[in-house]
Structures are given as structure tokens and as C-alpha cells.
Design a protein around this ligand. Structure first.
Ligand code: FE2
Length: 407
């Protein structure tokens, strides 16, 4: 064989070995045997003139090999005539054998300053000994392999590096949005793998704390609602004349709400709003609340503040704020002459207009210090009379029908 051709082929094979070694090192570091196999397969497929290719571990055990039967075998110490020894540790050896002489190129695999093993390429000396033109074509072929390998290795490296980072990034985004997902996959035991494990641990802690906080908030809300219920009952109990007022009004309101097609949460909300409707009376003095006679103008002005006082109490708990429109406006009149804001017509919240009917009916049919209770018929007639003035013209007839049905 022309020495010129032999030198060129050996140089090319050396370059090939050196370019494989870093990719093999990364794949070994990532314990990606599938990637190593794929790489060896590509080299053999692209250049059948390479007799064999293998990746050895630090003890010269064959990790992957183009001949699958070789996998797991432990190689003997290097033999044969050393043709060349490079500074980076690459050896070119000529090994005589029964089936022909081989050229063996061994390049060390070093990853993160650790010696992980070596890549071994075997070329058939007899193939190299063909005509120079053929050899030159092989050289070109080897360069093509190098290019192909570079591309494959880049894709593998990029995929192995970016996939865990992408998953970690999307996990952080999901956590920010308050989503509770499955723990992220851990791809390797390196720094990135440890970071993913720490993220999974942190994500679990945050999710637990979030659930505990939500539970605490629910319990706090329930406790506040219970407190306001107690206050509403206490207000009723303060005045023997209005005893049970809030409960009776609630029953009437729920019956009317059902007639109007309300159900579920909507029905529950209007019932609670009803229990709260006079909660502001807690701030009205006994002297006014229990006065036997009619209230003087100043006392009446104070009494008329109870819807605003009620709204102030509910404002302190975010979950109770939705009941404020019903509580604040349950004394508004349809014609705008009510209090505290003088709202009229459809501007009066619907739940307040419903409570207003039941509240007025129960007040009229209850004894007061300065008058006896009206009969059911008289109270209904009074509501009829005040349709369009005090009461909503659509709701009032329905309410009267409900009262009739309830007997
Ligand atoms: Fe009231």
C-alpha cells in the first residue's frame, strides 16, 4: 500500500476516534446506553469498511460493540506494534491475526476530568491495501462519517441536555399558576438530576402548605359565619317583640326564592343573607331598640343606620362581602324613597327586594310595643297597596302567592 494513502487513512481514523470519544463520554456520564448503541450503529452503517467499533469501560470491559456478542467481554491489555502514540493518549496499533492484520485505533474517553474508558476502532489492513484511488474514496467516506457523527452527537447532546431543563421550566410555570402536577422525571444522577429532585421536594411542600392554608381559610370563614349567626340570634333575642324575626324572614325568603327557581348555592346565599339582614342592629343602643313608644327623629335616624352598620360588619370578612348588597339595601323602596341610598326600581339588588317583602310582612304580623300584630289578610292587603311604591311589582304578587300557599 502506498505509505501516503496509509498515513491519510490512519489520520482519518484517528480523527474519527477522537470525535467519537467526547460524545461517548457524555452518554456514559448520563448512563445513556441506548444513545451509545445508536452512535455505534450509525458509524457501522455509514462506513462498512470499519471492521468493528466498541466502547470500553475503565477496566477494558466492552460496554457497547458493533458486534453485539462482544458486549460484556473484557479485553486483554493492548497488544501489537504501536505505529503512533499521540499526546492526547490516542494509540494506533498494528495487530497481526489469523484472519488478517488489523489496524486498531484507541482513543481515551475523558469526561469532566475522569477517565471513563476508550473508543476502539478496527480497520482491516487488507482493505486499506487496495488501490490508492479506492483508498482515497474511503478517506472521503470517513470524513462523511465524521460529519454524520457530529450531527448525531449534537442532536443527542442537545436532546439530553435540554429535555430535563425544559421539563423543569414547565414545572416551575405550573407551580406558579398553582397547578399540582406529578413529580418531574429525573433523567440523570448529576447536578441537573439533583436539582430536579430538590424541585419535586419543594413543589410537594408548597402544595401541602397551599392546601393547609386553604383549609385554614375555610375554617376561619365557617367560624366567622357561625359568629355572625350567633350575633343575629342574639339581636333577635334582645327584643322580645322581634324574637325569631330573622329565622321567620329566612323561611319566607327561601320559599319565595324556590318559587323564583333559585337552587343550590344561590338559594343558600339568600338564606344566609337573610339571617344577616339586621345584624347591624348590634350597634343600635338598647334605649332605641327597646323603646316602648315611637322613636323621635334623632332616634329614627340612628335606627335607619342599621343596614350600613350590617354592611360594615360583613366587609371585615372577604367571603361575606357577597351578602352586603342584600343587607345594605333591604330597606330601599321601589320608588326610591327608602334608605340608606334611595335606590329605586331595578337598581335595588334582587335579593334585597326579596328580603324587603318578607321583612315587612313579618314586621306587620308581629306585635310591637306601640301596636298589635296585623292579621295575615291585612298585612297582605298592605303589601298589595304598596306595590310599585315600596315593593317590586314583579316580586310582590309572587310573594303574596307564596304566603297563601304556606298558609
Ligand atoms: Fe332591617
Amino acid at each position: 500500500m502506498s505509505s501516503h494513502v496509509a498515513e491519510k487513512v490512519i489520520r482519518t481514523a484517528e480523527t474519527l476516534g477522537r470525535s467519537i470519544a467526547p460524545s461517548a463520554g457524555f452518554l456514559m456520564g448520563a448512563h445513556d446506553l441506548l444513545g451509545l448503541d445508536y452512535m455505534v450503529f450509525q458509524i457501522r452503517k455509514t462506513n462498512p469498511d470499519i471492521k468493528s467499533i466498541g466502547v470500553l469501560g475503565p477496566e477494558r470491559d466492552i460496554i457497547v460493540h458493533s458486534d453485539i456478542k462482544e458486549r460484556g467481554r473484557k479485553l486483554e491489555p493492548p497488544q501489537g506494534e504501536i505505529l503512533e502514540r499521540s499526546e492526547d493518549g490516542t494509540f494506533v496499533r498494528k495487530i497481526p491475526g489469523g484472519s488478517g492484520t488489523l489496524i486498531e485505533i484507541e482513543s481515551p474517553i475523558v469526561f469532566m476530568d475522569k477517565h471513563l474508558g476508550s473508543v476502539i476502532l478496527e480497520l482491516d489492513w487488507s482493505v486499506l491495501s487496495t488501490a490508492q484511488s479506492v483508498a482515497q474514496r474511503k478517506v472521503i467516506g470517513l470524513f462523511a462519517v465524521i460529519l454524520a457523527l457530529g450531527t448525531v452527537s449534537s442532536v443527542l447532546l442537545s436532546s439530553n441536555l435540554t429535555r430535563p431543563i425544559k421539563e423543569l421550566s414547565s414545572g416551575v410555570e405550573e407551580l406558579k399558576r398553582g397547578k399540582t402536577g406529578k413529580p418531574l422525571r429525573i433523567f440523570s444522577g448529576d447536578e441537573l438530576g439533583r436539582l430536579t429532585a430538590s424541585f419535586n421536594e419543594m413543589s410537594g411542600l408548597i402544595t401541602n402548605q397551599r392546601e393547609r392554608l386553604a383549609q385554614d381559610a375555610r375554617e376561619l370563614e365557617e367560624a366567622y359565619i357561625s359568629t355572625v349567626r350567633v350575633v343575629a340570634a342574639a339581636i333577635d333575642a334582645r327584643d322580645s317583640y322581634t324574637h325569631g324575626h330573622s329565622t321567620r324572614v329566612s323561611e319566607l325568603v327561601v320559599a319565595l326564592a324556590r318559587e323564583l327557581g333559585m337552587s343550590g348555592q344561590e338559594l343558600e346565599d339568600i338564606e344566609i343573607a337573610c339571617l344577616f339582614h339586621d345584624v347591624g342592629k348590634i350597634k343600635i343602643s338598647d334605649a332605641i331598640l327597646h323603646k316602648a313608644g315611637k322613636l323621635d327623629p334623632a332616634e329614627w335616624a340612628e335606627m335607619k343606620k342599621h343596614p350600613e352598620y350590617g354592611a360594615e360588619i360583613l366587609r371585615k370578612a372577604p367571603s361575606l362581602r357577597r351578602f352586603i348588597p342584600a343587607v345594605r339595601h333591604h330597606h330601599e323602596w321601589y320608588d326610591g324613597s327608602g334608605y340608606p341610598d334611595g335606590l329605586s326600581g331595578e337598581r335595588i339588588p334582587r335579593e334585597a327586594a326579596i328580603i324587603s317583602l318578607a321583612d315587612a310582612y313579618d314586621a306587620m304580623t308581629s306585635d310591637r310595643p306601640y301596636r298589635n300584630a296585623m292579621t295575615k289578610e291585612k298585612a297582605m292587603a298592605t303589601i298589595q297597596e304598596y306595590i310599585g311604591k315600596q315593593f317590586n311589582p314583579e316580586l310582590a304578587p309572587l310573594f303574596l302567592g307564596t304566603v297563601e300557599k304556606m298558609g
